[in-house]
Write a protein that binds this ligand. Structure first.
Ligand SMILES: [Mg+2]
Length: 120
């Protein structure tokens, strides 16, 4: 089954994502609380998918996405966005984001996005 790295500064968001994904057979290989730690975990573990929150302290999700895509252009990264982040979403697309999921999380939306990206 697919392996996933969750990068998000919100403990609650990480817990919700983990539960939803595990319920659908995904394996969470690690969690990170900010972008640089997420990038290092990506390099260490090479997960099939990354869920990347945009707004985080220290290094944000846009910067971390850039580093991951630079390390592996085929990395699959799904950005996690909140309402009112259109500019950030455009920037993430430019830097190679594969898809977006929005908070509050919708289980069907997330699983559909994950499945679609893995089939690409
Ligand atoms: Mg955040």
């Amino acid at each position: 089954m697919a392996t996933v790295l969750i990068v998000d500064d919100s403990r609650t968001s990480r817990r919700i994502l983990r539960t939803m994904l595990e319920n659908h057979g995904f394996t969470i290989v690690a969690e990170a609380e900010e972008g640089e730690a997420g990038y290092l975990k990506y390099k260490e573990l090479s997960p099939d998918l990354v869920t990347m929150d945009i707004t985080m302290p220290h290094m944000d999700g846009i910067e971390s996405l850039s580093l991951i895509k630079h390390a592996n252009a085929n990395a699959k990264v799904i950005m996690v966005t909140a309402a009112g982040q259109k500019e950030k979403m455009v920037e993430a697309l430019k830097r190679g984001a594969d898809d977006f999921i929005t908070k509050p999380f919708d289980e069907n939306e997330i699983i559909n996005a994950m499945t679609r990206i893995l089939e690409k």
